[in-house]
Ligand binder design. Structure first.
Ligand code: NDP
Length: 246
């Protein structure tokens, strides 16, 4: 596991947006960031799941989160710009941007993948992080040392048979990270890195490996040290890296 002990107030006064914050790794990330003092902006598809995370954060007495249901499959550039405008009015900056939401899509031979499934996976896993990052750049620039984290996968670093558009989308995520990181290098205080969570006990993992006993893998909460490291000031200067949470 990534070796990092986060102080309790690590993310005090930081505003951190997390996509797919209603479930799995994104939910754990939202709770962990809030527990370490951040104001979290919860983005996701299912309002009920986001509301449950919101309530959990409020009940724990952490900083009041912001809740923004948004379907990344259908959202248009204007929706991202409207969100950026709202966040600018409310917070004036964004210290952390975690591109966590993703879909697995069909796992089959590439020549069996339906065109519409390919496009859906690319829309959620690649186009949405691009559009969201683009809209958030002015807010990220307004922060002292902003951190962008893109969730990757081992199949986004080495291709594997039957992993279809998901694997290709994660290669694109690595590319997005590298280009953006290189552009920010020396020109802004924004750092950009990718993080492979490794096998983690979530609905996506269960869908990908239906025969695997869930307890084989760590819980989302167990892999949070790497997220906290990347989102807090201790990772200043870490830019353009492809990291592993386990
Ligand atoms: P889950 O499937 O458990 O959660 C995915 C999250 O993304 C959910 O909150 C879901 O919202 C959200 N989401 C999906 N589609 C959309 C959409 N169209 N609009 C908005 N939100 C959406 O996945 P994990 O937590 O396992 O995965 C998190 C990240 O980690 C992903 O990027 C994944 O690729 C990566 N990863 C995970 C691994 C694992 O072992 N779990 C291994 C390697 C990488 P809702 O629930 O409302 O649909």
């Amino acid at each position: 596991m990534f070796d990092y002990n986060a102080p309790q107030d690590l993310l005090k006064d930081r505003v951190i947006l997390i996509t797919g914050a209603g479930d799995g790794i994104g939910r754990a990330c939202a709770l962990s960031c809030a527990a370490h003092g951040a104001t979290v902006v919860l983005i996701g598809k299912t309002p009920g799941k986001l509301e449950a995370v919101y309530d959990e954060i409020e009940a724990a007495g952490y900083p009041q989160p912001a809740l923004c249901p948004l379907n990344l499959e259908t959202a248009l550039e204007k929706d991202y710009n409207d969100l950026a405008e709202q966040l600018f009015e409310t917070f004036g900056k964004l210290d952390g941007l975690v591109h966590n939401a993703a879909v697995l899509g069909p796992r089959t031979l590439l020549d069996q993948v339906k065109a519409e499934s390919w496009l859906q996976v690319m829309q959620v896993n690649v186009n949405a992080p691009f559009l969201l990052t683009k809209a958030m750049m002015p807010l990220l620039r307004a922060a002292t040392d902003a951190s962008v984290v893109l969730l990757s996968s081992s199949v986004g670093r080495k291709g594997r048979a039957y992993w279809g558009p998901y694997a290709v989308s994660k290669f694109a995520v690595e590319g997005l990270m590298q280009v953006l990181a290189d552009e920010q290098d020396g020109t802004s205080a924004i750092r950009v890195n990718s993080l492979n969570p490794g096998a983690t006990r979530t609905a996506m993992r269960a869908a990908a490996y239906p025969g695997e006993p869930p307890e084989t893998n760590p819980e989302p909460a167990d892999i949070m040290p790497a997220f906290l490291y990347l989102l807090g000031p201790d990772s200043k200067g870490t830019n353009g890296q492809a990291l592993d949470a386990q």
